[in-house]
Design a protein around this ligand. Structure first.
Ligand code: PLP
Length: 402
């Protein structure tokens, strides 16, 4: 007779006396609670009360994915399913290399210098596992703060030492590479156009960082997931400067409106790509074959991206004009889909209080502190809602003190 199952304890129930505590990876335990819970709770309350909200909080735009990409996915569903490979299909690597050539003027060898990833988040998280070990003398990983949190998490889970470098307004939120300690650092992460500030880097800036990394034998990883969303001059890729001990992480999520497909590419130094090729089968992150077909269609076409650039450009201009009118300070940018706004004096630099006040008007923004140290005193506006919703949100925002 099967043994009756015990009823699991209700969530939050303290362990029974004498029960052994569950040992967790301390890195997991250190990942404090989600900092925006208070805002989330208030937002739920408002929505349950029937209040219309405008979500400028998360970076997941609503514009539809191009029809040809959707069709490629559907047509790609095979009759017989087989395991995909880590290297992915040659067509996908070829289509990506074609885009790199058109967009950045960089000729990549699709056999040796390119690997697909299941979204750039997992690739960013996993990459340090291939290059860091506790036996290494240098295990430091430098990245900017405020920033995307995955550089830190990937570092810590791989046994590396997290070395956040504070990004400052006077440096236009570019990582000051002279603050990186070459004696302890093994990897430097860059991210341009930048989340959360929208800051962009010049070719000369990238050259400076690349020269520093070359001189000190530091691996240079560049997260370029917003690189194709711009209204002014096209932002450069690190691969235009160098591919020596360098990797670029490129994603279709924002470029092609494919956040739910999970598709990205890692490209650069063939020695590093080969190391990732050895690591990744153990993790099991080979991209589904039909997603690869959709991705092949996406990298092969620039028309849909031009349309997305135009849409985000219109929203960006709408908000910039409003901020200028209202006397709100923001970091001027013409790339990514973020605007980084200084909290007005009336809120004494308290980004959480300002976000809460905006929420009372139904406007959801992300308080800067949720992106790490250095983010306090700012809020991030993600240009996610449609143009009409942006206009309505601005009407509500207009009445608040600047
Ligand atoms: C800076 C940055 N890098 C990487 C990602 C991950 O993108 P994905 O995993 O969808 O390719 C994001 C997502 O928001 C991001 O903001």
């Amino acid at each position: 007779m099967p043994k009756p199952r015990a009823t699991p304890p209700a969530e939050g129930t303290p362990p029974a006396e004498g029960a052994r505590p569950l040992l967790l990876n301390p890195v997991l335990e250190r990942q404090g609670a989600y900092p925006l819970l208070r805002l989330d709770g208030r937002r739920k309350q408002l929505e349950e009360g029937g209040r219309e909200t405008f979500d400028f909080g998360t970076g997941d735009p609503r514009e539809p994915t191009d029809e040809a990409i959707r069709r490629a996915l559907i047509n790609g569903v095979p009759e017989n399913s087989r395991y995909p490979t880590t290297a992915g299909k040659g067509e996908l690597r070829g289509a990506f290399a074609g885009w790199m050539g058109r967009r950045h003027g960089v000729a990549l060898d699709p056999e040796a210098e390119v690997l697909p990833a299941t979204g750039s988040k997992e690739a960013i998280f996993h990459a340090p596992l291939a290059f860091l070990h506790h036996s290494h003398e240098r295990r430091g990983v430098a990245y900017g703060t405020p920033g995307y949190p995955v550089y830190e998490r990937g570092t810590l889970f791989a046994g590396g030492e997290a070395s956040p470098v504070e990004l400052r307004r006077q440096d236009r939120f570019l990582l000051p590479v002279e603050a990186v300690d070459p004696a302890t650092t093994r990897i430097v992460w860059l991210n341009h156009p930048h989340n959360p500030t929208g800051a962009t880097a010049t070719y000369e800036y990238l050259e400076g960082v690349a020269a520093f990394c070359r001189e000190h034998d530091i691996l240079l990883f560049s997260d370029e997931c917003y690189n194709d969303l711009y209204s002014g001059g096209p932002p450069p890729s690190i691969l235009e400067v160098t591919r020596e001990r360098t990797l670029a992480f490129c994603s279709l999520s924002k470029r092609s409106g494919m956040t739910g497909y999970r598709s990205a590419m890692v490209a650069g130094d063939p020695e590093l790509i080969s190391a990732l090729g050895k690591l990744r089968p153990s993790i099991g992150v080979a991209t589904q074959s039909f997603v690869q077909d959709a991705a092949t269609a996406a990298w092969g076409d620039d028309g849909h991206v031009e349309q997305r650039r135009r849409i985000f450009g219109e929203k960006r201009e709408l908000f910039k004009r409003f901020f200028d009118r209202a006397g709100l300070e923001y970091l001027p940018t013409d790339a990514s889909f973020y605007l980084w706004v200084t909290v007005p004096e009336a809120f004494a630099g308290d980004d959480e209080a300002y976000a809460m006040r905006l929420l009372d008007e139904g406007i959801v923004v992300a308080p800067g502190r949720s992106f790490g140290t250095g983010g306090e005193g700012y809020v991030r506006v993600a240009l996610v809602p449609g143009l009409e919703e942006c206009r309505r949100a601005i009407e509500r925002w207009e009445g608040l003190p600047a």
